[in-house]
Design a protein around this ligand. Structure first.
Ligand SMILES: [Zn+2]
Length: 452
C-alpha cells in the first residue's frame, strides 16, 4: 500500500513546473473519447483531473490551445501545479474546515487551491485535506460521460413490476415513524425503534433475529435487526440490503433528541420498503434485510454483522450488499445520487448505472471509488461486493456548499426538512430495487407471448 502523496512523488508530478490550466465541461463525452483525450494531454506533457462533470486540463502553453479546441471551457485556472491544489474530502456531512474557493465541488469532495502549508490539515472528526494525485478521476458523472445513454436497456417487465411496487408515500411514512423515536445509541427510543422494526419485518413473514453487540470502548449494548427470506431456488446465495437505524447529534455526548430523519431513517425505511416489495415477489436467492445499530460511533453494527458471517462461514454466500445511508434529500435542481465502493470492486457500478438509466432516468449518477464512512465498509474490507447509495447533497458548508443538508446530526433532522424526499428517495429506491431484482433472481416468464 502506497500513500497518495508518495505515489505522486514517484510519478514526479507533484514537483512539476507550473502550467496553464483550464476547466472544461464533460458534456456526454463517451468513455473511449475521454480516454483518447486524456492520453493526448499526457503525451503533450500535461496532466489532468476528472471530477464529476468537469475535467481539469493542464498543459504546456504551446499545447493548451489545441487541447481546448472544440471543448467547452468553463474556467481559466491560470498557472498551476498539482501541489497548488488540495482535495478536501468530506467524510461526513458537515465540514468545519476553512472555506477556500473551490475549483470544483461535488459534495463528497472539493478541489481547492490551497497553500501547501495547509497540508496536512485535518479538521476535527469531519473532514480532511489530501494532496492531489494527477491523471485520475476523483469522481465520475456517468451521464456526462455518456455512459448511461450507452448502458440504457429496454425495461424488463418483471423488473418493472417490482419497481412499480415501490410506494414512496409508504416509505416516507416509515421514515417519519422511525424519526419519531430518539434513536441515539444512548437515547430513550432506540429500543422502541428496534421493536418496531422487528414487528414490521415479522408482519411480512420474514425470519427476524437480532444481534447484540457493544459499542467499542463502552458498556453500551445495542442490536442489529436482521430479517431473512430464504431463496426458493438458490438458498445459499445471498443478497444483503442494509442501512443503519441509529442516529446522533454532532457532539456524541449531546443528550438532545436525535430524530435522524435523513440520517438514517431514510435509508432504514428504504430497507423496510425493499422487504415489502420482495415479500410480494419472492426471489430465487436468499435476501437479508438488515437495519444496523452503532453505525454513528464507528460502524459497529455493520462490522459485527459482517464478522459474524465470516465466523459462521456464510460470508462466501454473499453476492452483493447494497447499503442505503441518507437517501431522501435534494437541495438543488437535480437528483444526484452518489454510488460508492472501492476501486477493486468498481465493476459493481455497472448494474446500478444501467438500472438508473433504465428505471430511474431522473437520477444523475456520480461514482466514487474512495469508499468510507458507512456500512458498506465492513463488507468491502472483507472483499464482498458492496456499494453505498447516498444522495449527493448531504454535505453542507455554510459558504462552500450552502445547498447541502444543514440539519445533519442536529435536532432539526426532521422529515419536514428533507426537501424533494419522494423524488430523491424514490429514484434511489427504483434503481436499487431494479438491481436487487436482478441480483436476487426471479422466475423466468412462462409463455409470455404464448408460443415459447
Ligand atoms: Zn448515516
Amino acid at each position: 500500500m502506497i500513500s497518495p502523496l508518495a505515489l505522486g512523488l514517484q510519478m514526479g508530478l507533484t514537483t512539476a513546473l507550473p502550467m496553464p490550466a483550464a476547466l472544461i465541461a464533460l458534456d456526454h463525452h463517451p468513455q473511449f473519447e475521454l480516454d483518447r483525450y486524456t492520453r493526448q494531454v499526457e503525451a503533450d506533457g500535461g496532466w489532468w483531473l476528472e471530477m464529476e462533470n468537469r475535467l481539469l486540463v493542464a498543459a504546456p502553453p504551446a499545447r493548451l490551445p489545441d487541447l481546448l479546441a472544440g471543448e467547452r471551457v468553463v474556467a481559466d485556472l491560470g498557472w498551476i501545479r498539482p501541489d497548488d491544489l488540495a482535495l478536501q474530502t468530506r467524510a461526513c456531512g458537515v465540514d468545519e474546515g476553512p472555506a477556500l474557493p473551490a475549483i470544483a465541488d461535488t459534495g463528497r469532495f472539493a478541489l481547492v487551491r490551497t497553500p501547501a502549508t495547509l497540508l496536512p490539515y485535518k479538521a476535527p472528526d469531519v473532514s480532511e485535506w489530501r494532496p492531489v494525485v494527477p491523471n485520475r478521476a476523483i469522481t465520475k458523472d456517468l451521464r456526462a460521460r455518456g455512459l448511461l445513454h450507452m448502458a440504457k436497456a429496454a425495461p424488463d417487465p418483471d423488473v418493472q413490476q417490482r419497481v412499480d411496487a415501490i410506494d414512496t408515500q409508504r416509505w416516507f411514512d416509515t421514515l417519519s415513524t422511525l424519526a419519531s423515536y430518539d434513536r441515539s445509541s444512548y437515547g430513550s427510543g432506540i429500543d422502541q425503534a428496534r421493536d418496531w422494526l422487528i414487528g414490521e419485518f415479522g408482519a411480512l413473514g420474514l425470519q427476524v433475529s437480532t444481534q447484540t453487540f457493544l459499542i467499542g470502548g463502552t458498556a453500551t449494548q445495542v442490536e442489529n435487526v436482521i430479517a431473512r427470506r430464504t431463496g426458493s431456488v438458490y438458498p445459499d446465495e445471498w443478497v444483503i440490503v442494509g442501512g443503519h437505524y441509529d442516529s446522533r447529534q454532532q457532539s456524541i455526548n449531546d443528550p438532545s433528541q436525535s430524530p435522524g430523519a435523513e440520517d438514517n431513517a431514510s435509508g432504514c425505511a428504504g430497507v423496510v420498503e425493499a422487504a415489502r416489495v420482495f415479500s410480494q415477489f419472492p426471489p430465487q436467492r436468499t435476501m437479508v434485510f438488515v437495519c444496523f445499530a452503532g453505525e454513528e460511533q464507528g460502524l459497529y453494527g455493520g462490522s459485527a454483522y459482517a464478522q459474524s458471517l465470516q465466523s459462521s462461514g456464510d460470508l462466501a454466500k454473499v453476492d452483493l450488499a447494497v447499503i442505503m445511508d441518507m437517501i431522501g434529500y435534494s437541495g438543488d435542481a437535480d437528483l444526484d445520487v452518489l454510488l460508492e465502493t472501492s476501486s477493486s470492486l468498481s465493476t459493481v457500478f455497472t448494474p446500478f448505472a444501467t438500472a438508473a438509466a433504465t428505471y430511474a432516468p431522473e437520477l444523475r449518477v456520480i461514482t466514487d471509488t474512495s469508499a468510507c464512512c458507512s456500512d458498506h465498509m465492513p463488507f468491502i474490507n472483507l472483499g464482498v461486493p458492496s456499494l453505498l447509495t447516498i444522495e449527493n447533497d448531504y454535505s453542507y458548508h455554510a459558504t462552500m456548499r450552502p445547498e447541502g443538508y444543514q440539519h445533519y446530526h442536529k435536532t432539526t433532522d426532521l422529515p419536514a426538512n428533507i426537501t424533494r424526499a419522494q423524488q430523491m428517495g424514490g429514484g434511489i429506491l427504483k434503481m436499487n430495487i431494479a438491481v436487487l431484482t436482478d441480483a436476487a433472481g426471479f422466475e423466468p416468464p412462462v409463455l409470455r407471448d404464448g408460443f415459447e
